[in-house]
Design a protein around this ligand. Structure first.
Ligand code: OGA
Ligand code: NI
Length: 377
């Protein structure tokens, strides 16, 4: 009690909202730029090289434009096939053992990322009253928000959310089983004036990558590459979040995002060079994901845990902030149509002879209860 009280005094002196205070047992034990585990080993989240996939795509382009004769491709096709097979195995292993992995040679251009970063920096540097013009409201869950909470603790961050399709459809009310959907549309600020175009270009590129990853994960479960695509039709609930984690004078007492699991299907995230994203290992230890300029961090969310009936578990993670540098990260939350009913897949239960561990639920309804709650203004 005394200790907690002391912290409140410090927070008051620093004029920090006590809602940021993380309970003692969940406070960060590892600094934002410490990538070692407590016992000093270098556990590393697997890094997977996607070049077989990107070169396959290039070849497909060439052959469809008739630049190469079909007979010349046979040996190459054979090699490509075994490279993809190997990739699928690596992805499956990473999903099973870690729930997280990084990908390099993913085909998303670095110059797009640089443009996104510059625009994000300009946007978050605007005065609050400017950012508030595109603030999330009760009717529209997209836009700027600085009061997000995770597990009822306020996150030390500001966000800007936009849907990759331009809008997000959510049930009008909880209980309507996703039948009556209401559109939440992207809100774009006046400044920086290039933000919209840059975000739209970025979202096309990263969404393409996410579909490729979905194909690999699907194959790693023994399903056809396009098996899951039907859940993204006729619409989806993909959205991108620009995360800005300001410098924090009390990084030991707060978190950028408290420990949590992602509720959706896949998260495909790029982080800047600062560091702070930490993942809970199977042994309970937290480890930091070392930023790598050319890498995306990928993790499977709760939907995959349900679909795969616990074969691919959604893993806890958090963001540690620091006193020295602000941090940016840009996750794509790659999620199916709000109409999707989620349940362990019969195809996977049959081959494993298992019983389903989860009851079916409606994804739109679930999002509505999470995202559609009134924002605290
Ligand atoms: C999230 C998240 C990690 C990061 O927004 O769900 O886990 O590095 N973000 O910003
Ligand atoms: Ni997350």
């Amino acid at each position: 009690m005394g200790v907690q009280q002391d912290h409140h005094d410090i927070l008051e002196t620093l004029q920090i909202d006590p809602e940021f205070l993380v309970q003692q047992e969940h406070r960060p034990t590892l600094k934002y730029n410490d990538y070692k585990t407590a016992v000093g080993q270098h556990h590393v989240v697997p890094v997977i090289d996607l070049s077989p996939l990107t070169s396959k795509k290039k070849k497909e382009k060439k052959s469809s434009s008739g630049l190469e004769s079909s007979s010349a491709l046979t040996q190459q096709e054979h090699d490509a096939h075994s490279f993809i097979h190997n990739l699928v195995e690596q992805v499956g292993k990473a999903c099973e053992e870690w729930g997280f992995f990084q990908v390099i040679n993913h085909g998303v251009s670095l110059s797009l990322l640089e443009e996104l970063e510059t625009n994000a920096q300009s946007f978050f540097a605007l005065p609050l009253q400017e950012k508030a013009k595109v603030r999330r409201t009760f009717e529209n869950s997209l836009g700027y928000y600085d009061r997000e909470r995770t597990k009822n603790v306020r996150d030390w961050k500001e966000v800007f959310d936009f849907a990759t399709s331009g809008m997000l459809q959510l049930p009008a009310d909880v209980g309507s089983e996703g039948k009556q959907l209401i559109s939440h549309t992207n809100q774009w600020p006046e400044n920086p004036s290039t933000l919209r175009e840059v975000c739209e270009n970025w979202s096309k590129a990263v969404e393409g990558l996410a579909f490729e990853l979905l194909g690999l994960i699907s194959q790693s479960l023994g399903l056809p590459a396009t098996y899951f695509h039907k859940f993204w039709e006729p619409d989806d609930s993909n959205f991108i979040r620009m995360n800005y984690y300001p410098k924090c004078p009390m990084p030991n007492l707060t978190l950028g995002v408290t420990r949590h699991k992602d509720a959706g299907c896949l998260t495909v995230l790029v982080q800047d060079e600062v560091g702070g994203l930490q993942v809970r290992c199977k042994n309970g230890e937290w480890i930091g994901i070392r930023p790598q300029r050319d890498a995306f961090v990928v993790n499977v969310g709760d939907l995959f845990q349900v679909w795969s009936n616990d074969r691919y578990k959604s893993v806890e993670h958090r963001v540690v902030v620091n006193e020295n540098k602000p941090r940016f990260s840009f996750p794509l939350f790659f999620n199916p149509s709000p109409r999707t009913n989620v349940a362990p897949l019969p195809e996977l239960l049959l081959c494993g002879d298992q019983v389903p561990l989860y009851r079916p639920y409606n994804w739109g309804e679930f999002m509505k209860t999470k995202k559609g709650t009134p924002p605290i203004l």
